[in-house]
Design a protein around this ligand. Structure first.
Ligand code: BTN
Length: 261
């Protein structure tokens, strides 16, 4: 089956280039930005040979999974662009709920940018940027475990197939391209972030629960209280002190001790 945009993305004039295989859709998107592309343009594939994850990790995606990146030129300061990841998370979460239908799996958003199915990572988002004369070009890369989750990951992972959900990467992409349009429109170059934040919190994993956040060499432990107005995680320590974290790796439950290691 071939990749195609959803009906709303098509009507909006978004473009799409699909690849049978490619190193990384994010790397290709950034190369195109440097060559003058300003988007909105999706690049999509079911096979990456050099996928990139957050924190300079590799993103391993067995053939048949979805890897897609969208190039958007944003008229917002770089600090605001980080909040676009929450809009991307909502688009991805909405897509997976729509594809899965009622009751197939329980989806939730894990700060900052993961989607969980039944508590296991099923999708991730990597945002990279490039300054251009027209504004900040943002590449939002999205990986979804459709047919399989990679082996040997240091955290629990799953796939749509493992959740008993039959869908192809192309099905997921078509729904995602429409959901992306909905949430990026709501985000509105950052002006709509407070609404995005409320929607995100309503679908957040671990809200009000104990968690560990590893940020660089420091690990903080406390209760996940909320997101602040810039999308930073707010933790309440046992003594009542509040800490805000701009970037890090979250661990819940039994995995909290791994986060503290
Ligand atoms: C993460 O570490 O959770 C982020 C994973 C992002 C993976 C996607 S797959 C499409 C795009 N191309 C890449 O090389 N990475 C992103």
């Amino acid at each position: 089956m071939a990749f195609a945009l959803g009906p709303r993305a098509q009507t909006a004039g978004i473009r799409l280039t699909a690849f049978e295989t490619i190193g990384s859709t994010n790397a290709e998107a950034l190369a195109r930005v440097r060559a003058g592309e300003r988007g909105p343009l999706w690049l999509a594939t079911t096979h990456q040979s050099a996928g990139r994850g957050r924190r300079t990790r590799a993103w391993v995606s067995p053939p048949g999974n979805l890897a897609a990146s969208i190039i958007q030129t944003i008229k917002a300061p770089p600090a605001v662009v980080a909040t676009l990841g929450f809009a991307a998370g909502l688009a991805l979460d909405s897509t997976l709920r729509e594809i899965a239908g009622e009751g197939a799996a329980s989806f939730a958003l894990k700060w900052p940018n993961d989607v969980l199915a039944d508590g296991k990572k099923i999708a991730g988002i990597l945002i990279e940027t490039e300054t251009t004369p027209e504004g900040l070009a943002v590449v939002v890369g999205i990986g979804v475990n459709v047919v399989a989750a990679p082996d040997g990951m240091p955290y629990p992972v799953t796939s749509l197939a493992a959740c008993g959900i039959t869908a192809s990467a192309e099905d997921v992409f078509a729904a995602l391209s429409d959901a992306w349009l909905e949430f990026v429109t709501l985000w509105d170059d950052g002006r709509g972030f407070q609404q995005i934040r409320r929607l995100w919190l309503a679908r957040a994993a671990g809200l009000g629960k104990p968690m560990a956040v590893r940020s660089g060499s420091v690990t903080l432990q406390g209760t996940f209280e909320t997101l602040d107005e810039e999308g930073r995680l707010v933790l309440a320590e046992d003594g009542g002190r509040r800490m805000t974290v701009a970037a890090g790796e979250v661990h819940f439950g039994a995995a909290m001790s791994a986060g503290a290691a």
